[in-house]
Design a binder for this molecule. Structure first.
Ligand code: PAF
Length: 281
C-alpha cells in the first residue's frame, strides 16, 4: 500500500493503471475509519482494479463552533484498516495542499444543500461539495463510494456529478450498524456511556415509522414525524435538531409517503454528539 500526501504523487501512482484501462475506485474519508468505511472499501475492492482512499479532515465543511479541532484523528489505525482491506493508495494531504494561500473557489449545489442538515450547518455542504470535486479532479476515479448514512451528502454529490458532467459512477453503500441498531459513525466516540445506551432509540424510532407505514398503512407524514419525535423524546432524550420526511430525489417535504421516493431523516444532539440517521421507503 502506497501512502502519498501531494497531488503530483497521486497522479503519478495512478497513471500506469489508467493507461492499462484499469478501473479506479475511490473512497473519500475524513479518517477515524470504522466498519462503515471498511464496507465502502470492500465494495470498491469488489468493483475495481485499484482502490484509492483519501484521509483528510476538511476544514471548510465545519462551522466555526463545530468539532473540527476535536474531530478524531486516528492515523495509525486508519492505515492498518486500509492495509487490511487491500487499499492500493492512501492520499492524505495537508490542508495547505488542498487550500493553498489565496484559495477562492467553492462549489454550491443549490436547493439540496439547504434543507435537513444544511439548515443547522450552514456552509457544510458547500465545503463537502468543494472538497469532493477537488478530490475527484485529483484522483479522477471511475467510481466513488459513499455511505447512505449521510444520505443528503450522497444525493447532493450525485447531483453535482451529473450537473458538472463528471464521468464518475457514484455508488451508495448501505449504512453499517452496531448489533443494537446504532449507525456507525466516527462521532459515536463522543457519546458517554448513558447516551450510548440510549442512542439505539433513534433507529428504533425510524423502524417503528417503517412498520407503521408498511404494516398499518399510516402514510401521513405529520403523524409519522410526531411518532418518531415522541419515541426519541421518551427513549433517547437529547435535543432533536430535526426529524423530516422528504422526497429522495429533491429533498422536499412530503405530506404523504411516496413509496420508492421517500427519505425519513433525523439529527439529534445526544450526550456530546450530534447523531444523524435515516431510512428510505
Ligand atoms: O463523509 C465524509 O467523511 C466527508 O464528508 C467527505 C465526503 C470525505 C468529504 O470531506
Amino acid at each position: 500500500m502506497q501512502i502519498v500526501s501531494d497531488i503530483v504523487s497521486v497522479r503519478a501512482a495512478l497513471s500506469p493503471h489508467r493507461k492499462q484501462g484499469q478501473r479506479i475506485g475511490f473512497v473519500p474519508t475524513m479518517g477515524a475509519l470504522h466498519e462503515g468505511h471498511a464496507a465502502l472499501i470492500r465494495r470498491a475492492r469488489t468493483d475495481c482494479n485499484v482502490v484509492v482512499v483519501s484521509i483528510f479532515v476538511n476544514p471548510t465543511q465545519f462551522g466555526p463552533h463545530e468539532d473540527f479541532e476535536r474531530y478524531p484523528r486516528t492515523w495509525e489505525a486508519d492505515c492498518a484498516l486500509c492495509k487490511r482491506e487491500g487499499v492500493d493508495l492512501v492520499f492524505s494531504p495537508p490542508a495547505a495542499v488542498m487550500y493553498p494561500e489565496g484559495y477562492a473557489t467553492y462549489v454550491t449545489v443549490e436547493r439540496l444543500s439547504e434543507p435537513l442538515c444544511g439548515r443547522s450547518r450552514p456552509g457544510h455542504f458547500r465545503g463537502v461539495a468543494t472538497v469532493v470535486l477537488k478530490l475527484f479532479n485529483i484522483v479522477a476515479p471511475d467510481a466513488a463510494y459513499f455511505g447512505w448514512k449521510d444520505a443528503q451528502q450522497l444525493i447532493l454529490i450525485r447531483r453535482m456529478t451529473e450537473d458538472l458532467n463528471l464521468p464518475i459512477e457514484i455508488v451508495g453503500v448501505e449504512t453499517v450498524r452496531e448489533a443494537d441498531g446504532l449507525a456507525l459513525s466516527s462521532r459515536n466516540r463522543y457519546l458517554d456511556a448513558e447516551s450510548r445506551r440510549r442512542a439505539p432509540a433513534l433507529y428504533e424510532a425510524l423502524r417503528l415509522a417503517r412498520q407503521a407505514f408498511e404494516q398499518d398503512g399510516v402514510a401521513d407524514c405529520a403523524v409519522l414525524t410526531r411518532r418518531i419525535c415522541d419515541h426519541i423524546d421518551q427513549h433517547a432524550g437529547g435535543r432533536i435538531d430535526y426529524v423530516e420526511i422528504v422526497s429522495l430525489d429533491q429533498l422536499q417535504p412530503l405530506t404523504s409517503i411516496q413509496k420508492g421516493n421517500t427519505l425519513i431523516a433525523l439529527a439529534v444532539h445526544l450526550g456530546g454528539a450530534r447523531l444523524i440517521d435515516n431510512i428510505r421507503l
